[in-house]
Design a protein around this ligand. Structure first.
Ligand code: AMP
Length: 211
């Protein structure tokens, strides 16, 4: 049998993907939370898991370093999705990608008549969103704690994933514009889908049944 490599990130995605893999009779032999191994064996000799940063999952799958992976739609929108099929919405880790700003902010860019500054780790998503609205936006890349940016006048707005909105509220911000509904997706390397068709087809079918 040909080897199948599955790319997953630690934490929520790993935990919520485990039952789906179990339905395909795939059980990891190590727990990534306690093991330092980056490649985990499973009960099936030809199936390996690679444990990587969530934002790296689409890249590994795009280049065929992993045949299949699980990534949030937010990460996929930012990556662009080149070289990937996205066959299944796993319906897990749901949230929304939104713009947010100070409590007293209004959605009226043109009255401001100036370029707005937007802090985010979703630089491509933010640029696309404001370009489509015809709003001039200077997008500042951050790697975390986006909520801080408007408080310290680094930015007028942030683009971030929002679940309950409690984190925004705790920092004096409010959600403003909806950009996309987010959930985790199964992504598949296009070449693997052809070259390893039978194994991949079986795995996708099993995971899709579990969903
Ligand atoms: P909230 O419930 O809106 O306060 O969200 C708590 C924090 O978790 C926020 O900073 C979000 O960035 C993050 N978050 C919430 N849901 C998700 C998700 N499904 N995937 C990734 N990050 C999330």
């Amino acid at each position: 049998m040909q080897t199948i490599t599955i790319a997953l990130s630690k934490g929520r995605i790993f935990k919520e993907t485990l039952p789906l893999l179990a339905h395909a009779d795939i059980i990891p032999l190590d727990d990534p939370e306690s093991s330092r191994k980056l490649i985990l064996d499973t009960n099936q000799e030809h199936i390996k898991l690679v444990i990587i940063r969530a934002t790296d999952v689409p890249t590994y799958v795009q280049y065929g370093a992993a045949d299949i992976g699980v990534a949030g739609k937010d990460v996929l929108l930012e990556h662009g999705g080149q070289g990937l099929y996205e066959p299944i919405d796993l319906g897990i880790a749901k949230c929304k990608l939104m713009t947010a700003g100070p409590m007293d902010a209004e959605i009226n860019y043109f009255e401001q008549g100036k370029k707005i500054r937007v802090a985010t780790k979703f630089v491509n998503v933010a640029k696309r969103f404001y370009a489509e609205k015809g709003v001039q936006a200077e997008v500042i890349k951050l790697y975390g704690s986006m909520e801080l940016a408007p408080i310290v006048n680094l930015a007028d707005r942030i683009v971030d994933v929002v679940d309950t909105g409690n984190t925004l509220k705790a920092n004096g911000l409010k959600p403003m514009e909806h950009i996309a509904d987010i959930s985790s997706r199964l992504v598949v390397n296009k070449a693997s889908m052809k070259m390893k068709h039978d194994e991949m087809h079986h795995l996708i079918k099993k995971i899709s049944e579990a969903v």
